[in-house]
Write a protein that binds this ligand. Structure first.
Ligand SMILES: NC(=O)C[C@H](N)C(=O)O
Length: 508
């Protein structure tokens, strides 16, 4: 199929479906058409710029684009169009990719179901057996649904505590969060700087890999972007004789974290996990239990640290320096003397306001030691747990002087579910029942936040557990399985994800 045909089909789907995946869909006409036609000509001559030349890549609406508005799904940015492109957008355009529209999200990336958006909730293209609408996951729910529904070739999201992996698991797509610092965040609206990463969503691992190879570069404009020197050191380390055997189809050591076997896991997710491990074992890889004891505090630590950073980042939206000015009772925004309150009270949605309050409290002098500092300590313990499980000191972490590798751990990757259950019904999340409680949404991130706190690469891939009858495929269960690797081991994480992605398990 020509690239033009492919792109036109995507755009037609953007306009035909009522999934609310886009805040700004691509117009049916525009410059993008010429760019796709040029890519088609390059392809005919056998000179494509890259694997994504002429393909539509949708962009989460918290990533700045010069040609389309960037709202972060917030009232406070409803009139904002960035004067510049984020580095990731520049890199994609240079590789020939075409900006495929701006996708819906939880406001500023805060949420797990893409329901906290000024533009209304994202609708999953999957339904449950009773035909009920399901949560798309969040906060990059729009990007995940756009990929799942064929409204773009692939999409960028952001992942602070699971925002790419969770929607991938709920929509049956592949969602990849790279190691912290590998992909530039210049031009990405900050939520929690020490955790934010740009992530990639695709219908398979190869499309994700194609985009990653374009974006995985040092960016001098982003102070947290990993330097060239550090990148080379990691590459040398990963290709050292001690580790190179695993790159040559020798068996991998797969870690299974004991603490992740929670009672909250639904039987279908537990079954998908067990069958995924058996699938890897059948290919010759070996399974090893690992212990990540600090994991049980990960969620609490994340929900202290992320709101604390968010409260500081969002302070600038006051209607004076940044943000759409809120109107006071007389419509001027000033007459009642509460300019900030009017602006922030009407501009931010309730979840963002909750996080600002939480974060402001945990950073206050009285609470700092008990909350913020403790959470930082927990974060360090979580990082140490992972280092012990992978048991090969990373070149950017303190060296293990005698080079000793503990036999009990020493796993190459960790494999676990992405979520504890299949997606909840959208109606349960929006109708004011107990399921709407913020805590309920926070618990959704239990398996994704540990890798975020440790800055590790992680991918969620879809696996299908067969209904056994072999006939009623509507009873098959689609589940997201997560692969987590050591810092910088992004390629290996994608390789293992590829072994599982799209597998149909439990048929025999
Ligand atoms: N941004 C994310 O990674 C989503 C996470 N559920 C949060 O609300 O923080």
């Amino acid at each position: 199929m020509s690239l033009l045909r492919e792109a036109e089909r995507c755009v037609a789907k953007q306009h035909a479906h009522c999934l609310n995946a886009f805040i700004t869909p691509l117009a049916r006409t525009g410059q993008w058409l010429d760019r796709v036609k040029e890519a088609d000509r390059r392809r005919e001559k056998g000179e494509p710029k890259s694997a994504v030349d002429g393909r539509l890549v949708a962009i989460k609406d918290n990533i700045c684009t010069r040609d389309l508005p960037t709202t972060c799904a917030s009232g406070i940015l409803d009139k904002f169009t960035s004067p510049f492109n984020a580095t990731v957008v520049e890199q994609l355009e240079k590789a020939g990719a075409v900006l495929g529209g701006k996708t819906n999200l939880d406001e500023f990336g805060m949420g797990s179901h893409s329901i906290h958006s000024r533009f209304g909730p994202v609708r999953n293209s999957r339904r449950d057996r009773d035909g009920q609408e399901l949560s798309a996951g969040g906060s990059s729910g729009g990007s995940a649904v756009a990929v799942a529904a064929g409204q773009c070739y692939s999409a960028l999201g952001t992942d602070t505590g699971g925002s790419v992996r969770l929607p991938a698991a709920y929509t049956g797509t592949v969602g990849f969060k790279p190691s912290y610092g590998l992909i530039s965040r210049w031009g990405v609206v900050a939520y929690a700087n020490s955790l934010d990463t740009v992530g990639i969503l695709g219908s398979d691992t190869s499309s994700v890999r194609d985009i990653f190879s374009i974006l995985n570069r040092h960016d001098p404009r982003d102070p947290t972007s990993l330097s060239q020197l550090s990148r080379s050191r990691i590459r040398c380390h990963l290709q050292s004789p001690q580790l190179s055997s695993r790159l040559k189809s020798s068996p991998l050591r797969i870690g299974v974290p004991l603490e992740y076997n929670l009672s909250e896991l639904t039987p279908s997710v537990r079954l998908a996990w067990v069958l995924s491990l058996a699938h890897l074992q059948a290919q010759g890889h070996t399974i090893h239990p690992v212990s990540l004891p600090a994991t049980k505090h990960a969620l609490s630590a994340y929900y202290i640290l992320a709101p604390a950073e968010a409260s500081s980042n969002l302070a600038k939206y006051d209607g004076v320096r940044y943000g759409t000015r809120g109107e006071g009772p007389d419509g001027t925004g000033q007459a009642d003397g509460y300019l900030y309150a009017n602006t922030r009270g009407s501009g931010f949605g309730s979840e963002v306001q909750r996080r600002i309050l939480l974060g402001t409290f945990s950073l206050s002098a009285d609470a700092m030691d008990n909350y913020f500092i403790q959470a930082q300590r927990v974060r360090r313990l979580i990082q140490q747990d992972f280092n012990a499980a992978f048991a090969r000191q990373h070149p950017l972490v303190a060296e293990d002087t005698d080079g000793h590798v503990s036999e009990s751990a020493n796993v190459d990757v960790i494999v676990c579910p992405t979520t504890t259950s299949s997606p909840p019904r959208l109606s349960e999340l929006t109708n004011g029942t107990s399921k709407t409680s913020p805590l309920d949404a926070y618990v959704n991130d239990v398996f994704t936040v540990p890798a975020s706190l440790a800055g590790l690469p992680a991918i969620s891939v879809p696996v299908t557990v067969s209904s056994k009858s072999g006939q009623d495929s509507s009873a098959d269960e689609l589940t997201g399985i997560q692969v987590v690797g050591q810092y910088g081991d992004d390629e290996l994480v994608m390789n293992v994800g590829e072994l599982l992605a799209g597998s149909r398990l439990g048929d025999n």
